[in-house]
Ligand binder design. Structure first.
Ligand SMILES: [Zn+2]
Length: 248
């Protein structure tokens, strides 16, 4: 298919214009006009580009691309090497950040809910990016943490009493520890996100709401892979997800 058609389809599927984001969503680096093979990865790291190009990808699909709001705008150093490699190989980079977190089926939060058995009942936070719901079955924190570790293949960092019963939950993939207070105000038993900050420890202790830092990378592997698979089946493209172990 044509890169421009892929771009337009994604823009309408993920409703990218509705989001106020910290980076451009869509084609960030333009490569060849025809796309047959798409590689996906969480982050457009050098390793992700190497894997994609070695596999013969025409386009690379990521959640974390380039050109973030507060970064140095110059194309030098690490950024120069990455972009030069894409341009030299005529490979496109397509990035979808907040619109991918938010998508009702393919998004990181939708996929995370499905994986961990959390049923969505509502949304909250800036641009309604965080999700609210409940576990299919109430269970002690220790049991839910064990399941999270198994499903995401990463040991979460947890603040909370292991015997506390968890039923009502809130979650947001990635670095969404800033929504913990909003989650507490909603009366949940636990909040699940990717990363934890120092103050979350005290907020968890003082509120009695458990905090589960399940991994920024681990909670954001799901959406981009689901999007790649969706595009492959919809347009008959070849797709491969390249995972790069990341402990954060
Ligand atoms: Zn992220």
């Amino acid at each position: 298919m044509l890169l421009n058609d892929l771009r337009d389809y994604n823009a309408s599927l993920l409703q990218t214009v509705l989001f106020k984001d910290y980076c451009p969503n869509g084609v960030q680096v333009e490569g060849r006009a025809e796309v047959r093979r798409i590689a996906s990865a969480v982050t457009a790291s050098q390793q992700a580009l190497d894997n994609a190009i070695e596999w013969g990808a025409d386009a690379v699909l990521v959640h974390h691309g380039y050109f973030w709001r507060n970064e140095d705008a110059t194309i030098t150093g690490i950024k120069k090497r990455r972009i030069a490699q894409l341009l030299r190989n005529d490979v496109s980079l397509l990035a979808y950040h907040l619109p991918l977190d938010a998508h009702a089926e393919l998004g990181n939060n939708a996929q995370l809910g499905k994986l961990l058995g959390m049923t969505a009942q509502g949304r909250f936070g800036e641009q309604n990016i965080a999700w609210l719901g409940e576990l299919e079955q109430a269970q002690p924190l220790a049991q839910f943490v064990q399941q999270t570790e198994h499903d995401l293949k990463r040991t979460p960092q947890v603040i909370g009493e292991s015997g506390k019963m968890i039923h009502k939950v809130a979650w947001c993939s990635g670095g969404a520890q800033g929504y913990f207070e909003a989650a507490i105000a909603l009366g949940v038993d636990a909040y699940i996100t990717g990363e934890i900050s120092e103050q979350n420890f005290h907020l968890a202790n003082e509120s009695g709401v458990a905090f589960i830092a399940a991994g920024h990378h681990a909670t954001e592997r799901l959406g981009i892979k689901a999007l790649g698979e969706h595009l492959a089946s919809r347009f008959g493209l070849e797709h491969k997800f390249f995972d790069q172990a990341n402990p954060v």
